[in-house]
Design a protein around this ligand. Structure first.
Ligand SMILES: Nc1ncnc2c1ncn2[C@@H]1O[C@H](COP(=O)(O)OP(=O)(O)O)[C@@H](O)[C@H]1O
Ligand SMILES: O=C(O)[C@@H](O)C(=O)COP(=O)(O)O
Length: 406
């Protein structure tokens, strides 16, 4: 039995589902795990393993330690290459975890340098002259500047990373990337000799990602979002397409749990409110959780329902994020106790809270409902179908479509 070729550590749960979907699309048989795997867990018969962690907003020391443990476990499974997955909008704070985790992975893997490549052109995330764009806006002028936990107010990735790591940060501009894999490899060698450890790579299209993937095929550690993972996976994939097991979604009531406050989610939630009964969590209310649970008892089962806290910046209560995550997780758990079998979650941190509350540690991949948003199936009893949606992803009718509320 051969070992998996690629081991991926993702810094949140929707990031994990996104990258697992990309690797599966590239043709790799991909196993997706939630939370740090137990040391004695063994995974076999796959080409790639994705370990999804909740480290994006954790304190730096904790994020590094948990990520290193996941990396060590992946190495013990025999993976030869590690991919560190973070958000395509580079979600982090100035004390953020991307720089320190990359440094720790370089050291653990005995590697001199790696690339930093959040570009995911299929989702409109491109990098030019080291600046990250969301569609036609700089990251700092996109709705990401109002993110409740990781507001992104600087689009210059070399500068952002420079605040997160004491190690030298360099850039390979698009002018070099567009010349192809060999030119990128030469540029990497040059930067390595100059002592650079983190190399931000411009990328405005999939061809750029393919060139970067070819140029980094010899590196033990590569970092980025799902775009470069897809390109890396395509180089590793054999001709065989990832096998499909039983990926039928279970029958049963459906619920939407929305905690993301992104522009995309706010539009999706507005559509869902017009199509199904919904309950808004209000953190200022003393019996917020109890109220939601009683509402679910009255409404679940008569068609899809939604519990949400998603709100625009002016309607948010400061410092209520954690409390709301607990409430959303409690609502999801109670809905499953009441018979829900399809759980659609909007938001990365929110998904982490919900998946933990449901006690789900590993899943089987099923079809993508929208790009980067795959259904995943639990193996326990009862079998659940989960759709963990990154805040920024999905078409406006995604939530409605996912629960068949049209
Ligand atoms: N009304 C609100 N006021 C303040 N914070 C909120 C509100 N609704 C949700 N949040 C918090 O905002 C955060 C959204 O993060 P996340 O779930 O990762 O979404 P995204 O995928 O858009 O980043 C969560 O911690 C959530 O609890
Ligand atoms: O890379 C991406 O954009 C996503 O995979 C991702 O990381 C999702 O994070 P959230 O927007 O916090 O859900």
């Amino acid at each position: 039995m051969s070992s998996p070729a690629l081991g991926c550590v993702a810094d949140d749960y929707t990031g994990g589902t996104d990258v697992a979907a990309a690797l599966r699309r590239a043709g790799l048989r991909t196993v997706l795990l939630f939370g740090a795997p137990p040391a004695d867990m063994v995974v076999s018969d796959c080409d790639a393993i994705v370990v999804s962690l909740k480290t994006r907003t954790a304190p730096v020391d904790e994020a590094v330690a948990v990520s290193l443990a996941a990396r060590r476990w992946l190495v013990e499974q025999g993976v030869s290459r590690i991919y560190l997955k973070y958000c395509s909008t580079f979600d982090s704070t100035d004390k953020g975890n991307i720089g320190p985790t990359v440094d720790a992975f370089l050291e653990a893997g005995g590697a001199a340098l790696t690339v930093v490549c959040p570009a995911s052109p299929e989702h409109g995330r491109t990098v030019y002259q080291g600046h990250l764009f969301v569609g036609d806006r700089l990251l700092s002028e996109s709705p990401m500047r109002h993110h409740p936990l990781t507001p992104m107010t600087d689009s210059d990735l070399v500068r952002v990373l420079g605040r997160q790591t004491p190690q030298p940060v360099g850039l390979i501009p698009h002018e070099v990337i567009s010349r192809g894999g060999d030119a990128v490899r030469d540029a990497l060698d040059d930067l390595k000799h100059r002592g650079v450890r983190h190399v931000v790579t411009d990328a405005v299209g999939d061809r750029d990602l393919d060139a970067i993937a070819r140029a980094t095929a010899h590196l033990p550690v590569v970092t980025g979002a799902a775009g470069l993972a897809r390109a890396t996976g395509a180089l590793l994939a054999s001709d065989a397409v990832a096998e499909e097991g039983d990926t039928q979604l279970p029958e049963g009531p459906a619920i939407v749990i929305a905690g993301s406050c992104s522009a995309a989610t706010l539009e999706q939630v507005a559509r869902a409110r017009r199509s199904m009964p919904s309950y808004r969590l209000r953190p200022e209310s003393k019996d917020m959780i109890e109220g939601a649970l009683r509402w679910l008892e009255a409404h679940l089962g008569d068609g899809p329902v939604m519990v949400y806290s998603s709100a625009p910046p002016e309607e948010r209560l400061p410092d209520s994020a954690e409390l709301l995550e607990q409430a959303l997780a409690a609502a999801a758990r109670h809905a499953v106790e009441l018979g829900a079998r399809r759980v659609v979650v909007a938001g990365g941190e929110t998904s982490g809270a919900v998946v933990s509350a449901l006690g789900v540690a590993s899943v089987v991949m099923a079809a993508e409902e929208d790009r980067g948003v795959p259904w995943v199936l639990t193996s326990g009893v009862p079998r659940l179908a989960l759709l963990l949606k990154s805040g920024n992803f999905g078409r406006p009718d995604l939530l409605v479509r996912a629960v068949d509320a049209t």
